[in-house]
Every structure is written in structure tokens, then in C-alpha cells.
Design a protein around this ligand. Structure first.
Ligand SMILES: [Zn+2]
Length: 634
């Protein structure tokens, strides 16, 4: 609403005639607009109602029972805290859809009941929980239970798992979903250590973003300790028919038995990635680095839960072609988990640095050709988003007040953020930039920073040292303006130039599909070939590609995604049965959202989308359901 107003003013301002005529009216509108737009304070987390500036929680002790039957976690959380202000009378926690059973305070070593009030829920933020804090209390305990509709939990039936025999539960706390399964100060500005007991059905294993015991007996009672302080969005748990296999000294995989070996083979380079990243950017702070392979309904590629990244099985391709996802989640161990964004407006600090590191790790492990190809594909993804997103969503420091912070996730914080860092690297040289990054990760370890704090640091540590190459004005343009700044580095790949040639020749008819030497193409070459085809192909061209290269039947989920998108845009019916299966089996938002969007663009596609979505929806995560509901049944 306010954005529309200010844009409206700019439009009027561009018209000099009109400006002369209505200058009085204009200044009135401008004054009103300024008065109605509260100035954004970068130090405030607008997505939390908690009061850490008064009482700062420092440690959580969780004791939770897992009921698949009720789709409910129930139990208690105890808070250790520090008082930050005089005469504090309450601890304010974030919650969403929680039932609060009781609250108590420990005074002189004894627990006593204490008052609490659950406020009316705010649409984007949930309900603030106010717990009375007696003057001499040193711990607070809250007993609670979750709702089956908790946005941060997904309860899977046995049919939705790989093994089909036992149920599965996993959490996804980023950005502000931890509050749907624990009442807590749900802001990345607060870091806590934690201990936990999870009580589960006896035949299942529980794991957490903490120290895990890989081969613990399945007793139905699992204990966890997380010695490093982490922000709330990194608290994670999963319960399922899980087994463990080591990959290296510090790395291993938790997965259902039927996919364990495939996952171990696919991600075998994880230990090497860990070692090489430490060499360039400093020591790994978290002890072990294990992977948890989730069922295909996991709505993301991966989630960087510390010590235990959560990973989609859709990247198990059999040829390590999609393992940049592992490099990405691992890189978060430095950028994101160790150095954390202060608020969700600063998400680009987490994701931009991590995406930059991902490219670098991939280059170190797999060489420059792959680095170039992945950079170009990332750049094209960014260009696609810049073409589609409204200007305010193209800023690195994005104003998400009154919005769900999940709205800030696009290629902008990832790829535009990484491109900004690539520009700095290009200007001052790789060695200087690597040394800077290593220092940055050390200086801000286990703390959070805002975009403005980052700018101040860069001013001192980079701009002052390289005044000929860098300027604050240029950095501010990257951060506070829409689009990709002119003169930004544009990634290039020789391998892709060859693909461009082949594509052009095939389209013109001068090269037959049977003469395309695609046997040696990597997945990246395929993606580049497909993603850059014209929007409209003839029925004969579609059939030609499909017959020659068996694209409808491809086992690679990324290639299938690109091909199915083309099939929808060209109403290529032979692919629709695969499309239906794909949409029902996979719940990863990045892969399915564009397909649903393309389908609903035509009346017949919309009918198909609505029919398939009815079957697919129960298997999707609540977050994916929210996204697809808005597209398929707006
Ligand atoms: Zn990430």
C-alpha cells in the first residue's frame, strides 16, 4: 500500500506539466506518504514479538513426546536467561498455533506456578506469550502442545516414506516456524544452546541439530546436547526409520535403509568439501557434519541445520551432478550458522555469502569448467527472477515488515548477493578477498549482524584498503537498488557456447537430433540446452527431442523439471503422465512451483493442475501447500 503510494509519486514527478499544475497536491501526498511510512530501524527484528532486550534466553531444555496418532508434540521447555533490564516483570515468547498448558518459575530452587497470557494471534507473527517473571526466578518452564497444523512440522504417513512401513516427522524452522513447535524468542538475534529429550515410538529413531549418537539402540527415548549457541531457526528434529552410515571421519548420512547406500555414494565428496573449505575459510566450528535424507515432500533443497543438514532426496541423481546443494548447506556452517543475519531483511548476508562459497567449493572439488557452468545457470536464474519480481523484492536489503519473511526467498538474496561478492573479488583479487572473508567469519563468529553493520565493516576492511577499486556508493547501489547494477560481472562458460551453437543449428534444421553428440553432455549442459530453447516449439520438434533423448523418462529431477516446463508450455501430451507422477511424488517447491504456474496459465492446464493437485496436496509440506494453494486455487 505504501509502496504503491511512493511509486505513484515518482510517476507523477516524471511528468513536469502535471507537477507544475498540482505541485501543491503533490507535496501534500508526499508529506502524507512520509508521515505514514515509519522509518525502518535495521536493528529491530520486525518478525518477533519477544523481549530479548529485557530478558535474554541463553539455554533451552526440551522434553517432548512425539505422537504420530495425534500429530502432536507435547511436553515442556525450560529457559535459562539473563536479565538485561531492571524491574523486568515478564518473559515474552513467540508462539504460533500452540496450546499452552501451564507456566512455572523456579525460585530459590523450587518450582512454583506463574501467570501467563497468550495474546490474540497476529497474522504473520503468531501469538505473543507473556509469562510472569517473579523477581527472584532463575528459570521459567512452559508446558505446551503443538497443533496438527503447525507450520514447522510435517507428519508423513508410512506411504509417504521410502520404506512405506513407518511414519516420519521432520521440522523446518526457518524463517519463523520454530515458534510453531516451541514457544521461544524466535529471532536470529538470540542464540541459545540446548538439551533435549525426545520420546518416540520404540521402532523409530530421533535425530536433532545437535550431538547425535549414530548407532544408539532404538529405545524410544533419545537425548541430545547442543553445545554451540544457535539461533532459533536452526533448531531441528526428525523422527523416522533412520539408519546411519559414515562417509568420512567427520561426515555421514542418516536415511531410510532403502536409500542409504545411494545417498552415501552420491555425497561421497562431502568430507573433501569440508576439508577444503576449512583450508580456505578457517576451521569448521561444529564438530561433525552429517546429512539427513528426507522424504521427497521436503519443501526445500536443503536446510543447513547445524551438525545435521536436512537434504531433499531429489538430488540423488546417480552421478553427483546435483551435489552443489551439499556444498551450499556445508558452506552455511560458516555463513549463516556461525555468522548469522540479524533479521530476515538481512537474509542476503546468509544466502549471498553461502552461494558465493558454494561456487568456490564446487570449483575446488570439480574444477573450473563446472564452476563456470554453474555460475551461468545461477546467473540465468537471477535474470529470470529480476524480470518477474516487483522492484522492492529486487533489493538485497528487503523490507519485509508486515509480511511473512518466507516471501523474501528468491534468487535475489542468493545469486544477486553472490554476484556482489564476485564483483568485489574481481576488483581486489581472489587472494585478498579470501583473506578478508576468513577474517570476517572469525570476527563475527557466533554473532549476528545487519546489512548496515556489514557495510560499516566492509568500509573499514575493504573500501579503505582498496579505494581505487571499491566505493561505498557502488556497494549501496547493489544493496538498496532494484535490478543488477550495470557493469556487474556476467559469468561465462565456453562449454555453453558450444551448446548455443548446437541449439541454433537444430532449431534451424541444419543439424539433425541424431547428429547431436549429447552422449557426453553433463546435466548442466542439458539444463542450459533446454532452459534456453524458445518458448514455442512445434509438435514435431518436441517429439524429435523426446524420441532421440528420452527426456520424458529422464531419471534426473532437474532435467525432468526443465523438460516438463517446456512440455506444459507446448501442450505436449506424451509428457503429461510423467508430469502427473512428478507433481505427486515431489514436494520440493523450487521444482513444482514453476510447473503449477505454467499449468494454470491456460484453461485446460488449470483443469489438469486442479485435478492433480487434489491428489498431490495431502503429501505436500504445509509451506508447499500454502504456496500451491495460492497458485492452483486462488
Ligand atoms: Zn542457503
Amino acid at each position: 500500500m505504501l509502496r504503491l503510494t511512493s511509486r505513484f509519486i515518482i510517476l507523477i514527478r516524471e511528468n513536469t506539466m502535471l507537477r507544475l499544475i498540482c505541485s501543491g497536491l503533490l507535496s501534500l501526498i508526499a508529506t502524507l506518504a512520509v508521515a505514514a511510512t515509519p522509518k525502518l530501524d535495521p536493528s529491530i527484528d520486525y518478525h518477533s514479538q519477544a523481549n530479548p532486550h529485557e530478558v535474554l534466553t541463553t539455554h533451552l531444555t526440551l522434553d517432548l513426546s512425539v505422537s504420530f496418532k495425534k500429530q502432536e508434540l507435547s511436553g515442556s521447555v525450560i529457559f535459562d536467561f539473563e536479565r538485561k533490564a531492571d524491574k523486568v516483570s515478564e518473559l515474552v515468547l513467540d508462539t504460533r498455533d500452540l496450546t499452552i498448558v501451564a507456566a512455572s518459575a523456579r525460585v530459590d530452587g523450587k518450582w512454583q506456578k506463574t501467570g501467563f497470557k497468550l495474546e490474540a494471534p497476529h497474522t504473520a507473527l503468531g501469538a505473543a506469550l507473556r509469562v510472569a517473571l517473579p523477581a527472584k526466578a532463575d528459570q521459567i518452564k512452559v508446558q505446551y502442545r503443538t497443533s496438527p497444523k503447525a507450520s514447522g512440522l510435517q507428519w508423513l504417513t508410512p506411504e509417504q516414506t521410502a520404506g512405506k512401513k513407518l511414519p516420519f516427522l521432520f521440522t523446518q524452522a526457518q524463517a519463523i516456524h520454530a515458534r510453531s513447535f516451541i514457544p521461544l524468542q524466535d529471532t536470529p538475534q538470540v542464540r541459545t544452546t540446548y538439551d533435549a529429550i525426545l520420546r518416540t515410538p520404540k521402532n523409530l529413531r530421533a535425530v536433532m541439530s545437535a550431538e547425535n549418537t549414530p548407532n544408539a539402540d532404538k529405545t524410544g527415548e533419545y537425548r541430545f546436547h547442543m553445545p554451540q549457541a544457535i539461533p532459533s531457526y536452526l533448531i531441528a528434529l526428525a523422527v523416522g526409520d533412520l539408519e546411519f552410515k559414515a562417509m568420512g571421519a567427520r561426515t555421514g548420512v542418516y536415511a531410510e535403509a532403502s536409500i542409504l547406500d545411494a545417498a552415501v555414494a552420491e555425497f561421497a565428496d562431502t568430507e573433501a568439501m569440508l576439508e577444503i573449505t576449512e583450508k580456505v575459510y578457517g576451521p569448521y566450528s561444529w564438530g561433525r557434519y552429517d546429512l539427513l535424507i528426507l522424504p521427497p515432500s521436503f519443501p526445500f533443497g536443503g536446510m543447513e541445520n547445524p551438525r545435521l543438514s536436512f537434504i531433499t532426496p531429489t538430488v540423488i541423481a546417480g552421478d553427483k551432478s546435483l551435489v552443489s546443494l551439499i556444498a551450499h548447506e556445508l558452506a552455511h556452517s560458516w555463513s549463516g550458522n556461525t555468522v548469522t543475519n540479524a533479521t530476515w531483511r538481512d537474509l542476503w548476508l546468509n544466502e549471498g555469502h553461502t552461494t558465493y562459497l558454494t561456487y568456490r567449493i564446487m570449483e575446488l572439488i570439480y574444477g573450473q569448467k563446472r564452476f563456470n557452468m554453474e555460475s551461468v545457470l545461477g546467473y540465468q536464474d537471477l535474470q529470470g527472477d529480476i524480470a518477474e519480481l516487483p522492484a522492492p523484492y529486487q533489493l538485497l536489503a528487503i523490507d519485509l515488515r508486515d509480511k511473512d519473511p518466507d516471501d523474501g526467498f528468491s534468487n535475489v538474496p542468493y545469486e544477486k548477493g553472490a554476484l556482489l561478492l564476485t564483483e568485489i573479488e574481481t576488483k581486489i583479487g581472489r587472494a585478498a578477498f579470501d583473506a578478508y572473508l576468513k577474517q570476517y567469519f572469525a570476527d563475527f563468529a557466533f554473532s549476528s549482524l545487519s546489512t548496515e553493520a556489514w557495510l560499516a565493516y566492509v568500509d573499514t576492511h575493504l573500501v579503505a584498503k582498496h579505494p581505487e577499486q571499491l566505493s561505498m556508493q557502488r556497494l549501496e547501489q547493489w544493496i538498496y537498488q532494484a535490478g543488477i547494477p550495470e557493469g556487474a560481472p556476467a559469468p561465462k562458460s565456453n562449454a555453453f557456447s558450444d551448446i548455443d551453437q548446437v541449439r541454433t543449428q537444430w532449431l534451424s534444421g541444419s543439424l539433425k537430433s541424431s547428429d547431436i553428440k549429447a552422449a557426453g553432455w553433463t546435466v548442466h549442459e542439458w539444463l542450459y540446452f533446454l532452459n534456453n530453447l524458445p518458448a514455442q516449439l512445434t509438435e514435431a520438434q518436441m517429439l524429435d527431442l523426446d524420441t532421440q533423448f528420452k527426456l520424458t523418462g529422464t531419471g534426473n529431477n532437474e532435467i525432468a523439471h526443465s523438460w516438463l516446463l517446456i512440455a506444459i508450455n507446448n501442450n505436449y501430451q506424451p509428457a503429461y503422465s510423467r508430469l502427473e507422477n512428478y507433481l505427486i511424488q515431489i514436494g520440493r517447491r523450487k521444482l513444482i512451483t514453476p510447473l503449477y504456474k505454467a499449468l494454470v496459465a491456460t484453461p485446460s492446464g488449470k483443469v489438469f493442475a486442479q485435478r492433480v493437485y487434489t491428489s498431490a496436496r495431502p503429501g505436500y509440506h504445509p509451506l508447499a501447500q500454502g504456496t500451491m494453494d495460492a497458485i492452483v486455487n486462488p
